[in-house]
Design a protein around this ligand. Structure first.
Ligand code: AMP
Ligand code: MG
Length: 392
């Protein structure tokens, strides 16, 4: 059994970026990362642009200018100004080549055909030069840049419709357990409704991983082995739920071993989620999560989340951890570090009742996990505790 810190390090070390390229239209490219340096096809701005509503001037020594015309945004006029001449101009409009500064309208007095500016201005004042943001042929965004809404806007301003991005992993969720029935089926004695597949699928959707397939297998060694063989060969990430503990009908561990999955760890000193497995085979990442639903989801956020970020080559791979003031007392039994379901709000955190690894009722109300290290046996009201913020 290894510790949490060591387990997290092993996930970081053995989770590799998916170095496959795919192309996405800009509207669907959000949160992907750029696969290569992206070169701008145009100068931005493409022409000398007025940054103000005001007057484009051909500068001279006097403060008085002759008004000879008007240019609105979108116009393609190119009047020739002589020294001492001005045109009315608006924000975003093209500044004629013969104008060398724009004076904001608030600093101008207008008479019939003349304007008087309040003071002298420098050449190029209030003119956005051609290619100020990026020049044609220069790198607009570097390889690996996360496509945020601002990045999508920027690429749109360059006329881009499609971008090369790192492919996201395709993911298989495999649930094990003879006791599980699907919603819609009758709940006969001894059965429970299956919850982990939809829960994990939704956690993945929340993180914008949509290529997720769901698989079910009974507690039977041969079927478990052949199902795992199939999904391991076809997916980048396999998330198994249940069957990884030490019961007589837990076949996942043995199946993974026979399939020659390289084990990076099995069993972590933590509560919940002790029977957690992580391994790889070729380029496939494999997690076997304990079947108890709250344990499965905790392990997803603490470990699988990191693997997903690594696979996307992200620079920040862990969920944010902050310090908060506890509003609740809590006594920890045993020496395993614990992740506690909690509600965080504005610097304060409430640890909820009902921390059993089987209970989703509490998790459903949580937006955070309080991390209680091994050597910490109780939390008092007002204590500063470590909080993991969940992406909910
Ligand atoms: P296991 O890890 O297979 O020993 O399962 C531990 C507990 O979690 C048992 O009570 C299972 O019935 C329950 N469990 C396992 N898988 C699921 C699932 N997909 N949905 C709901 N409960 C589950
Ligand atoms: Mg089971």
């Amino acid at each position: 059994m290894i510790g949490i810190v060591e387990a997290i390090e092993l996930v970081k070390t053995h989770s590799k970026p998916i170095t496959k390229e795919t192309h996405k239209s800009l509207e669907k490219a959000g949160r992907y990362s750029l696969y290569k340096n992206f070169v701008s096809p145009i100068n931005m701005p493409p022409f000398r642009q007025s940054a103000m509503d005001g007057y484009a001037l051909c500068l001279h020594d006097s403060l008085t200018y002759q008004l000879i015309g008007e240019i609105k945004a979108g116009d393609s006029l190119q009047p020739t100004l002589k020294k001492g001449e001005a045109v009315r101009i608006f924000t975003g409009a093209p500044v004629p080549d013969t104008a060398n500064a724009v004076m904001m309208q608030e600093k101008v007095t207008v008479t019939d055909s003349q304007i008087i500016v309040e003071f002298q201005i420098d050449t190029n004042h209030n003119i956005r030069p051609v290619g100020e943001q990026v020049k044609k042929g220069d790198v607009a965004l570097k390889k690996g840049t996360k496509l945020t809404p601002a990045a999508i806007g920027y690429l749109s301003s360059l006329g881009i419709q499609e971008v090369p991005v790192f492919k996201k992993p395709n993911i298989a969720i495999v649930t094990t357990g003879n006791e599980l029935v699907e919603a819609g089926q009758q709940l006969t004695y001894g059965k429970i409704y299956e919850s982990n597949s939809k829960m994990l699928q939704n956690a993945l959707y929340n993180l914008r991983f949509y290529d997720v397939s769901l698989h079910k297998v009974e507690d039977d060694f041969d079927r478990t082995k052949s199902k795992l063989d199939e999904v391991i060969n076809h997916t980048d990430l396999v998330i198994i739920s249940g069957g990884i503990s030490v019961g007589d009908y837990d076949f996942v561990g043995k199946a993974l071993e026979e399939l020659h999955v390289e084990e990076h760890f099995y069993k972590v000193k933590q509560k919940p989620g002790k029977p957690l497995f992580f391994g790889t085979k070729n380029n496939t990442h494999i997690f076997a999560l304990p079947g108890n639903p709250a344990a499965a989801l905790t392990c997803f956020y603490v470990y699988v989340y990191i693997a997903l970020q690594k696979m996307m080559d992200a620079s920040v791979v862990e969920l944010p951890r902050i310090k908060a003031k506890s509003l609740t007392k809590f006594i920890k039994h045993g020496d395993r570090p614990q992740f506690l379901k909690a509600v965080y709000n504005d610097g304060e955190v409430e640890i909820l009742e009902g921390q059993s690894s089987a209970m989703l009722q509490t998790f459903a109300l949580s937006n955070a996990l309080v991390y209680m290290p091994e050597d910490h046996s109780n939390i008092e009201i007002g204590d500063s505790v470590e909080v993991i913020l969940l992406p909910v």
